[in-house]
Design a protein around this ligand. Structure first.
Ligand code: ZN
Length: 59
């Protein structure tokens, strides 16, 4: 859970930090990134390998 106001991670539903604005201190489950650079890199490597295999087949 993550506070929408101060971005602090907590296990509580409401952030207890005193400097947090009331009403904005409700915590939310952080959404996972839509894609990660690692995944893109893995896809690129798969593609590169595919091209490499095709190139070998032509030789
Ligand atoms: Zn907070």
């Amino acid at each position: 859970m993550r506070c929408q106001s101060c971005s602090v991670y907590t296990l509580k539903e409401i952030c207890s930090k005193p400097f947090c604005e009331k009403g904005l201190s409700k915590t939310v489950i952080p959404k996972p990134a839509r894609y990660s650079p690692e995944d893109n890199y893995a896809a690129y490597r798969r593609k590169a390998k595919e091209v490499q295999l095709k190139a070998k087949g032509w030789l």
